[in-house]
Design a protein around this ligand. Structure first.
Ligand code: ADP
Ligand code: MG
Length: 392
């Protein structure tokens, strides 16, 4: 059975019990793991995410009274209701900002027009919420597809627009200044592939990432922690990157290379120069990782080099960008000590999840080592999965 089917069955059940009647359709969007390329997306640089086999599914039906109702199995299962005409950034507050924001963005873009008079949405998800695996993007992208589907406007909503409008909603309605990485990964994910994305041009090059064929597995370790300073940490990093780009006279840090780092050190304060060094070296690591994937299967020297790039990415995020935390560092160290080829935090940091590239035969030992170091960690294996799509 397909991993989406049982979630879709749950979403249908939730819809029926809350709203009565049958949903008109079901839409799914996945979470993601970023293999490498962290904090580069808002610097117009490179990222290498894959959608994972964890999905948010929404069961949905149209309404005729101009109202939007939402319920999620993840929350307190309270139905929240708002008139489409009352949608305004930040309202209604809480998790509803994400689906309401998408409805608002689709209306603003003219994809939902006058004839669209409301909807009932019921969400069920297997994406861990707030774990750095993009449950927010899964929520947005599933909402976007569902609303366009109900309105008969699928053809007007390209996959790139789904990602763009979802990011727009998160930035401008939920007031989270994220880059486009999460939404692009959730929208464009492909079975068995990682996505090499240029976040300036939105050019996307999928690369085969058949880990099982190479005897490998990608392990995810949810640390279950989210440190408060993350709230201000992310916007502060972003602001610091934008300031550095302005001082150095480039449109975005993506326009710098290693040759510019000396000048960055001269012209910026010590901390900001380290932030720049992370972004510049991280972009290079993504390109190197993609070169390795292009050369052939991940084995031997190539596998060693790919693992080293992931681990170097973690060190850079920890030391230069300072967005890791003790729990993430402990998990990465434990995975490496037990034989992982490479390990790193994934997502924005300050808590959330880490990943490791591991020989299938070592997975159990790595899991034991991680649990010994951080007993609360939740561990699973992720495979590259299909992006947002209509289920039924
Ligand atoms: P991440 O995207 O890494 O999981 P975020 O902080 O960006 O973490 O998004 C998490 C927030 O998204 C939650 O606090 C909640 O408001 C909302 N959210 C995500 N998925 C769901 C869901 N299935 N049901 C309700 N709210 C959700
Ligand atoms: Mg998110």
């Amino acid at each position: 059975m397909n991993v989406v089917d049982p979630i879709a069955a749950e979403a249908t059940k939730l819809f029926e019990s809350v709203y009565g009647g049958r949903p008109e359709g079901l839409w799914a969007a996945p979470g993601r793991v970023n293999v490498i390329g962290e904090h580069t997306d808002y610097n117009e640089g490179f990222v290498l995410p894959m959608a994972i086999d964890r999905y948010t599914v929404v069961a949905a039906a149209k309404r005729t009274d101009g109202r939007l109702r939402v319920v999620s199995s993840a929350g307190d299962q309270r139905v929240i209701e708002v008139a489409l005409d009352d949608l305004t950034p930040g309202f209604p507050q809480g998790w509803t900002e994400y689906p309401a924001g998408v409805a608002w963005a689709l209306r603003g873009a003219g994809i939902l027009q006058e004839g669209f008079t409301g909807a009932d949405l019921a969400f069920v998800s297997t994406v861990p919420v707030g774990a750095g695996l993009s449950s927010s993007a899964a929520l947005e992208c599933s909402t976007g597809l569902a609303l366009a589907g109900l309105a008969g406007a699928e053809a007007q909503l390209s996959t790139a627009d789904l990602a763009r409008l979802s990011q727009y909603a998160e930035n401008n309605y939920a007031n989270v200044p994220c880059g486009p990485l999460d939404q692009l990964a959730s929208a464009f994910g492909e079975d068995g592939r990682v996505l090499f994305i240029d976040t300036r041009s939105f050019e996307i090059a999928p690369h085969p990432f058949d880990l099982a064929a190479a005897g490998l597995t990608l392990m995810v370790f949810d640390t279950k922690v989210s440190h408060d300073h993350g709230e201000s940490g992310y916007p502060a990093r972003r602001a610091s990157c934008e300031k550095a780009a302005a001082v150095l006279g480039v449109r975005a840090l993506r326009d710098l290379t290693a040759a510019d780092l000396e000048r960055a050190e001269r012209e910026l304060d010590e901390v900001t120069a380290r932030r720049v060094r992370h972004v510049v070296t991280e972009d290079e690591r993504v390109e190197q990782f993609v070169s390795l994937l292009t050369e052939g299967p991940l084995e031997g020297e190539r596998l060693r080099a790919a693992g080293d790039l992931m681990t170097a990415s973690h060190a850079s995020l920890r030391d230069d960008f300072e967005v890791s935390c003790e729990e993430l560092d402990v998990v990465v160290e434990a995975a490496l000590a037990a034989g992982a080829h490479g390990a790193r935090m994934t997502g924005g940091g300050f808590g959330g999840s880490a990943i490791a590239l591991v020989d299938v035969g070592d997975a159990e030992r790595v899991a034991e080592s991680v649990l010994a170091a951080l007993p609360q960690a939740e561990i699973f294996r992720a495979i590259p999965a299909r992006g947002a799509h209509r289920v039924a």
